[in-house]
Design a protein around this ligand. Sequence first.
Ligand SMILES: *Cc1c(COP(=O)(O)O)cnc(C)c1O
Length: 218
Amino acid sequence: MSLSDVQTRLAQAARDAGRDPASVTLVAVSKVQPDDRVQAVLDAGQQVFGENRVQEAETRWAHRRAADPTIELHLVGPLQTNKVNKALELFDVIQSVDRPKLAAKLADAVQARGAAPRLFVQVNTGEEPQKAGILPADADAFLAECRGPMSLQIEGLMCIPPVDETPALHFALLAKIAERNGLTGLSMGMSADFETAVAFGATHVRVGSAVFGARTPG
Ligand SMILES: *Cc1c(COP(=O)(O)O)cnc(C)c1O
């Protein structure tokens, strides 16, 4: 378990960038990890976790969150519109608002529940056809739509850069889109590049394998 190692590197990256280490939240992405590893990280004091599937998150976290309301859970993977209500029960933060239909569904659900989750809009900075997210050219209009007619409060932006490209360019692009839209939250950086992301202003880094160990496939 290398939680403390990641915490140390994260704090150092923040100081190197002239930033307060407290301005960056470590989201420990526990998807697919064996439960004993997750419990060890929880026992070590980590309180913010990310999952990419609603069903898996429910199995792993529903009972833990019932026992400990200070656990904060982020959805970092795609959300089907028929699972919006379940997701709102389970997650404090939805980082994957990636299309108008989902935003509309979230807006309806927020109205009905009278309580709003924290939301990040996912931007497909690499314009990859297989990847979810709003295209950079459409981001301003989409954000205006969310914040205007849909009355959704948006905290920030999230991106997953293409695996074969320099992440820094994507982090810089995301930061630029956020800045011109007056958004302060930036969820970017994973195990391989969270220090770079912090240099570009990340407020949330989503780190899985560097915290928990490699995910065993299958
Ligand atoms: C799995 C995942 C992560 C964590 O990836 P690591 O490389 O293991 O740190 C971060 N963000 C998203 C959206 C993920 O699906």
